[in-house]
Design a protein around this ligand. Structure first.
Ligand SMILES: Cc1ncc(COP(=O)(O)O)c(C=O)c1O
Length: 142
């Protein structure tokens, strides 16, 4: 049985949702360590519909020579299409991290798509929608 290490190095490249389009500081904003340690490109929501513009997202991913795609947000009031994130991550040979703190409860209840079987990493918090003590969850496969 092998041991699997997945790491990012400083200056590796991340594609994530912009903070001003419902993303999160820790997803590559310049005032956060994530935006200082890594090269970050950000995708946005369509200003007309409020949905993530998956076409623009896929184009950015193809142009940017990525190491990691982040799906997840603080404010996005729509369902994430994890299958599209996963398809693009596979196409550009990047890891996919689904950060799901705000929809963990919906996923657990079967009311939102579940990234766990497909994403390389899934992170969330225990004190938001699953109403437990303050803590975090990191899931990945072997
Ligand atoms: C997408 C996202 N990731 C991470 C965090 C940080 O979580 P915590 O407040 O549990 O430190 C938040 C907080 O709202 C968030 O929205």
């Amino acid at each position: 049985m092998g041991v699997y290490f997945a790491t990012l190095d400083p200056d590796d490249r991340i594609l994530s949702l912009s903070l001003s389009h419902d993303g999160h500081l820790s997803h590559g904003h310049s005032v956060n360590f994530s935006g200082q340690l890594y090269e970050v490109e950000q995708y946005e929501v369509d200003p007309e519909t409020g949905y993530i513009n998956y076409e623009d997202f896929a184009t950015l991913a193809q142009e940017f020579d990525l190491d990691l795609i982040v799906s997840g947000s603080s404010e996005y009031p729509r369902e994430f299409d994890f299958e599209r994130f996963i398809a693009v991550a596979e196409e550009v040979d990047a890891y996919h991290l689904a950060n799901i703190p705000h929809v963990t409860g919906l996923i657990a209840a079967g009311e939102h798509a579940n990234p766990v079987p497909h994403a390389d990493f899934v992170t969330g918090s225990t004190h938001k929608t699953i109403r437990s003590g303050h803590g975090g969850i990191i899931m990945c496969d072997e």
